[in-house]
Design a binder for this molecule. Sequence first.
Ligand SMILES: [Zn+2]
Length: 242
Amino acid sequence: MDIWLELEKCLKTAGNISFWWRDDDVCAPKKKLITLTNIRYERRLERTLKLLAKYNIPGIFAVIPKNFLEHKGGQFELIQKYNTFIALHGTEHVNKSKTGPKSEFPDDCDVQKTLREILENKTKFEEVFKDRLLPMFVPPFNSICALLKQQLLGNGFAAVSVINAGTHEPYNVDIDFMDWNARKLRPEREILAQIINLIKNGQTTIGFNNHHHAINMCSFKFLEKLVRTLSGFDNVKWVLPF
Ligand SMILES: [Zn+2]
């Protein structure tokens, strides 16, 4: 059976299903890169924001704080224009792990110093974005040391959002659209099959993780069709994960 038909068939009998959308790596313009890159990123961000607005989807855009409020620029303006929800995405979004998988906040990070930096960013972003800044922290590379996570949850953050692996938490994303080796959208069939599987396994809240930087016009058509298809079902709701 065609995978799109299979998805529709699955949704028809699924009961109430909620989806939510996290979109990562909104950032200040990178001055060292050629301007064309900034323009391309802005265009892709706006296309995504427009799509979500069209279907009344409360997307959460994870913003890299470094220089974002100071440099402003096109991505800052778009976030303001579309009045979207945002979350803090690390501090600088750099890998600080000397060994093992990438992490901005490895086990040997200075927890108190990092906590201070994150809370300072939270205060500065709240001044500008008010309650559109959600109390959700999104650590880059889906990695954060346990002690820092605990400190964030005790200091004004309601959730630390990574990707669900094995266990399910509603504030963690389930499906990352990106193929990180090729740095482009994963095959459509694979993403749809993953959605179908989660529904068949009884999951009722499913979190998507998009990276608008990587979505060219061709892969955007898939996102458009996905959102249109899901939104066509009365039993489907788009939500915030908490
Ligand atoms: Zn990121």
